[in-house]
Design a protein around this ligand. Structure first.
Ligand SMILES: Cc1ncc(COP(=O)(O)O)c(C=O)c1O
Length: 345
């Protein structure tokens, strides 16, 4: 199977499996797992933040951040396709008593300018309006097709949010992809944000886990919320060990996934019935439309599966994500399959 549904499907590498088998462990609820402690220290060092916390999922990391930055009855300004708003089970309402105030990006890329954010802000307004407590941004932006906040845009948004008295949380599930595409360090992209979440379990290839980063005081509180939410894990160094390998081993190779995504997009652009602008594919996410082929995503995905290619989608929009378990040869095979599915009658 050529699995292009997501970069979450990556399997641990041999080096990760070895590290997991040999990991030194302790009870992490007592702070005694040396491998988890090393991972947290290393992540904080790479991101230039005071502290980091290993969490089971990106969703938990994001939602702990929402919890700590907001209070019940407040709002979170977020782009309308943001993961925190669309794919985290309304947790911001269930866990934090907040709602999203979705805003559009004026250029359609999913990447917000301060003017876009301002359209949803409620700061110093009437007492009977829910105030904005947090601005949440996503880099790269998953549902928008892996689009990017440059360092300059991140700095601008964060500076102006701070001037308005608002913290910024960065959902950096794929921030290593963003840094690779922009030729920046993850620290440069994360520096202006008050808190950052990134996933070890997506393109970096670890089987489980994400990291939440911020000030030491923020992470101390986050640890308590992780426990409250049922995320206090014990001898979890066996998972952190894979995360440590992922942090060092995978980022230098992410450019290959991006080149494969671009090749996939260019090949797709030549297939009748496909609508895509390959120039907009800058990381590992490829989104294209098949309405002109008279098919929908469910039909295309089902037929592709018969050709051993897995894709995800909704409506007439299909999403394919490259990762280290997909080679250039797999991309060429997938393109042949897509051509057959879309042009066969
Ligand atoms: C942008 C973004 N944020 C957060 C998450 C949540 O990560 P998890 O699936 O580990 O909860 C995802 C997962 O796909 C994501 O794409």
């Amino acid at each position: 199977m050529i699995d292009l549904r997501s970069d979450t499907v990556t399997k641990p590498t041999p080096a990760m499996r070895r590290a997991m088998a040999e990991a030194e462990v302790g009870d992490d609820v007592y702070g005694e797992d040396p491998t988890v402690n090393r991972l947290q220290e290393r992540a904080a060092e790479i991101f230039g933040k005071e502290a980091a916390l290993f969490v089971p999922t990106g969703s938990m990391g994001n939602q702990i951040a929402v919890k700590l930055h907001t209070r019940p009855g407040s709002e979170v300004v977020i782009e309308e396709r943001g993961h925190i708003f669309n794919y985290e089970m309304a947790a911001m309402a269930a866990v934090s008593g907040t709602i999203a105030r979705p805003v559009k990006s004026s250029d359609g890329t999913g990447v917000l300018t301060w003017d876009d954010i301002s359209a949803g802000l409620r700061v110093h307004t009437a007492y009977y309006l829910a105030p904005t407590a947090l601005v949440a941004i996503e880099n790269s932006h998953n549902l928008a097709g892996g689009t990017l906040y440059t360092r300059g845009r991140t700095e601008d948004v964060c500076e102006r949010a701070h001037a308005a008295g608002l913290p910024v949380h960065l959902d950096g599930a794929r921030i290593f992809n963003a840094a690779t595409a922009l030729n920046e360090t993850v620290a440069a992209l994360a520096r202006p944000a008050d808190s950052v979440m990134f996933c070890l379990s997506k393109g970096l290839g670890a089987p489980v886990g994400s990291m939440l980063l911020g000030t030491r005081a923020f992470i101390d509180e986050a640890r308590a919320w992780r426990k409250l939410l049922g995320g206090g894990m014990r001898q979890v160094g066996v998972l952190a060990a894979a995360g440590l390998v992922a942090l060092e081993e995978t980022p230098p190779k992410l450019h290959e996934d991006h080149a494969n995504a671009r090749r996939l997009a260019e090949g797709l652009a030549e297939i009748p019935g496909v609508k895509i602008d390959p120039e907009r594919v800058v990381t590992n996410i490829v989104i294209f439309d098949v309405a002109a082929a008279g098919l929908d995503a469910a039909a295309v995905s089902a037929r592709l599966a018969e050709h051993n290619v897995l894709a995800a989608g909704a409506g007439t929009s299909i999403r394919m994500v490259t990762h280290y378990d997909v080679s250039r040869a797999d991309i060429e095979t997938a393109l042949v399959a897509i051509q057959e599915v879309l042009t066969a009658r």
